[in-house]
Design a binder for this molecule. Sequence first.
Ligand code: AMP
Ligand code: MG
Length: 404
Amino acid sequence: MVSFEEARSIILGSVETVGVERIHLLEATGRILSEDVTAPWNLPLWDNSAMDGYAVRWQDCVATPCTLSVTGFLPAGATSDGISVAAGCAVRIMTGAPIPEGCDAVIPVEGTDNGMQEVILLEPVKKGQHIRFCGVDVASGVVFVRCGAIIRPPEMNMLAGFGMALVPVFRRPTVAILSTGDELVELGRTPGPGEIVNSNTLSLASAVIEAGCIPRIIGIARDTRDSHLEKLGEGLKADVLITSAGVSAGDCDLVRDILEELGAKQLFWKVGIKPGGPTAFAMYGTTPVFSLPGNPVSTMITFDEFVRPALLRMQGQHRVLRPLFKAVLRESLKKKPGKVQIVRLRLEKEGGCWYAVSAGNQQTAILKTMVDAQAIAVLSAESTDFAAGDEVAVHFYGNYIELE
Ligand code: AMP
Ligand code: MG
């Protein structure tokens, strides 16, 4: 058995990115940049006005109020070529328009009488005011987003602003999802006696999509050697393979043996975590293989704690763990030492502080508690009992609808 921390570090130490591609910016939301990106030009490209108003020579307006002649008009999109502003003159200018030769300040229209031929400036003027100077945002040649950055609206805006229609990103791994067990029927069929719906495939596919990867549904391996050989073999063609069930010590638990037969190298089996103890991890060449326990709660928790960070790392993300924050327990929690325990919680916010209560029955088989949970506490292996008022580290999980 490995510890929770060892399991994570073995996994994160084994996985690598699966290549890069250039994609259109519009397709790039949530993708991870695979290169540092350098500004090809200054942003902004030229000095321009930050306000609708008048471009002036600052020295003409040291003492206000004063009156200047309006000798031109510069809307956004116009060029200031050939426009130069003589002493005692001003140009009416709109936001974004280039600052004409000779001007070194902009007076917002609100600080004037809004005159057309002549303008009276009512407010004191500071040199350089309301001018967005060339390169003040990003200077040409500077790296403005780094390899590993997630492409969100701000990155998108800047990449687009620099005219980058194609961006280099890490490829999204394909993730094969295989369920195992003779008791399973596919969604759409009513389970007969002794049967249950293969729900893990659905929640794993959903979790894989949420983690930015592409699910490949392999279906169900029956509890026979042949079926396992065939389905596991198919799953190993993807960039990642996730199996559920058949990984404990039961008579029909074939996953690990058949994976080994197919050439996968097991790096651990059994983790000090509850739920999720029987989790196994292997590498088949460069393909990580996660064998998760079949109990749906264990499957989801082990995905979140072990598989998700690996999938994020495989897409080039640096921060792969969910951020933790402190919550104060409203009630006591009992725990045995020796294993990390995952507790499903609901949250309340009071006086700027998070408080946590159990999201329901914590038994592994209770799926509803997973639906109701808003946060997960990962209680360390050494810790034992927690009293009401104790702080625990939690991360968000699931629905926060009632938190607002
Ligand atoms: P096993 O690891 O094969 O002993 O399965 C553990 C528990 O998880 C059993 O109660 C199974 O019926 C259940 N289970 C296994 N696979 C799935 C699945 N794909 N969807 C839902 N429940 C499952
Ligand atoms: Mg089984």
